[in-house]
Design a protein around this ligand. Structure first.
Ligand SMILES: Cc1ncc(COP(=O)(O)O)c(C=O)c1O
Length: 504
């Protein structure tokens, strides 16, 4: 079946993007690889002067039967030893260092982007023909570029009411208003999003884009289901905005928390032996797969699945829009690091698409065990006391994806809520943060992640109405430490809450 072309959304481009002229020097870089051309046109150092003749790596070997995280022995059984050479290719997927360490290829080296395009076809159901990928130095860079490609000072964007603080700060620093969209335990509430936009104040700039972290949201840990995504997409079409899905945690889909240990073991066993086909089917529907128009930009990163220091990720979307990222990157990052591209491409192309899926299956297995351990431990240590209405003061929210757990708290149950804290839940939150630090455990207050922008003229007060104004939360992660340290940390957290709320 031939797919239609994407629609043209270039009218969303920022003034900066519209004003950007192609760098004349970049237009002639293509001649650099033409053997008939004596290239005197750019300040490219000769690769003979690059002081690296090969880049050697030992990586685990698919199908990673000893588990992700197992120490490799260096034997052929479990280790892939390889070198990326300066001038030649040992493997088809190698990016010779003479090329990767040279200027050029802002879109990413073809051996890497070809792998990513194949991967994209396996994971997403692309519904238009002219899509492409552009390499980035991770989602931080992808988001910063997105803001510059589309937004002007004073523009409005939508974000989950609690969202990744660095992303919000990055937008706010550019003079962009981050307007909050109501969320619940399952992420954005489509009806509320629609009501917000249907009742948008006349004269206020309409939002250009929605920034969302659909899987294992940071900070809430929530995940959007397929129905909500389809609804949100319909609303994006109705109110004409772009959807930016920031998905660093997409492959950490650990599933529902199961408290029954024998049932848990049964499911873990089944998931460890899952076929590639069933694994792919089990993954959440993506906005990219719903997108018929070309109004979704997806940001993927190797940070959480390989290593943050790779500083490597990629954007997927319609070529019409990606062209603007490319022009921007030519003048900002130029390209992700050549070492990183050579090493990651050398690894992934040796593993192959199947080997990479094996890696992702193994990683999910690891994170499921970490999530389970963390939630078990939270249930053990977080006080189970009720407030005056007979409802739990503390609520544990087991996530189905990502790295984060949250503990919700009824701030009004604090005995000094009305006195010391003047009935202000944020004051309880701030005081608690200082207390948990003193207890020797670091979890962070939800208030740090609040999207709180306001338009001019303002939106109706009802659009920010909070059904649980006294509810606060703290975010923690189970990714960073060993189980025994996690237990100790959560024990300290539990003790601190017990003391603070003066519980027996
Ligand atoms: C939602 C979200 N986006 C982006 C990032 C940063 O990702 P990267 O390392 O790819 O820049 C993080 C990291 O914590 C994150 O949680």
């Amino acid at each position: 079946m031939t797919l239609p072309e994407s629609k043209d959304f270039t009218y969303f481009f920022s003034e900066e993007t519209k004003a950007r002229k192609p760098s004349p020097l970049k237009t002639c870089i293509q001649y650099f690889s033409d053997p008939n051309m004596i290239f005197l046109g750019g300040g490219l150092p000769m690769s003979a002067y690059f002081p690296w003749d090969n880049l050697a790596a030992d990586t685990p070997l698919p199908p990673f039967t000893n588990g992700i995280g197992a120490t490799i022995t260096g034997s052929q059984e479990d280790t892939s030893k390889f070198s990326v050479k300066k001038e030649s290719k040992v493997h088809e997927g190698d990016i010779p260092l003479a090329r990767s360490l040279q200027y050029g290829k802002s879109m990413g080296q073809p051996e890497l982007t070809d792998f990513l395009k194949e991967h994209t076809k396996m994971i997403h159901d692309m519904k238009y023909s002219d899509w492409d990928v552009v390499a980035t130095t991770g989602n931080t860079n992808a988001w910063e570029s997105t803001l510059r490609v589309f937004c002007n000072r004073g523009d409005v964007i939508l974000a989950e009411a609690h969202s990744f603080s660095s992303s919000l700060a990055s937008a706010e620093a550019q003079g962009i208003i981050t307007f909050p969209v109501p969320i619940d335990a399952h992420g954005i509430i489509p009806e509320k999003l629609e009501a917000l936009l249907d009742n948008w104040t006349e004269g206020a700039p309409k939002p250009k884009l929605l920034y969302t972290i659909p899987t294992g949201q940071n900070p809430t840990g929530s995940s959007l289901n397929a129905e909500r995504k389809k609804e949100i997409y319909r609303i994006a079409q109705k109110h004409d905005f772009l959807i930016i899905e920031d998905e660093p945690y997409y492959f950490l889909q650990v599933g529902e928390y199961i408290s029954d240990l024998s049932k848990r073991a049964e499911v873990a066993q089944k998931n460890a032996n899952i076929s590639h086909e069933d694994f792919l089917k089990s993954l959440a529907l993506t906005f990219l797969s719903v997108d018929t128009d070309g109004r979704v930009i997806r940001m993927d990163s190797f940070s959480k699945v390989l290593a943050p220091g790779t500083r490597l990720g990629w954007i997927t979307g319609s070529s019409k829009l990606l062209q603007a990222y490319l022009s921007l990157h030519e003048m900002t990052i130029q390209s992700p690091s050549g070492f990183s591209q050579s090493l990651v491409s050398g690894t992934l192309n040796r593993w192959g698409q199947k080997g990479y899926i094996d890696w992702l299956i193994g990683l999910r297995h690891e994170y499921t065990a970490k999530r389970d351990h963390c939630i078990d431990s939270l249930y053990k240590f977080i006080p189970k006391d009720n407030n005056k209405e007979g409802k739990p003061i503390f609520t544990i929210n087991p996530p189905i994806a990502g790295m984060f757990f949250t503990v919700d708290m009824d701030a009004s149950a604090h005995p000094e809520f009305a006195t010391t804290y003047e009935s202000d839940p944020t004051k309880v939150e701030e005081a608690l943060y200082q207390k948990v630090i003193k207890s020797g455990v670091l979890v962070v207050p939800g208030i740090w992640f609040k999207a709180d922008g306001e338009t001019t003229p303002a939106q109706p007060a009802s659009s920010k109405e909070n059904p649980n104004p006294n509810q606060i939360f703290f975010r923690g992660t189970y990714a960073a430490v060993e189980p025994s340290k996690l237990d100790e940390g959560l024990k300290r957290l539990g003790q601190c809450l017990r003391e603070e709320f003066q519980l027996a």
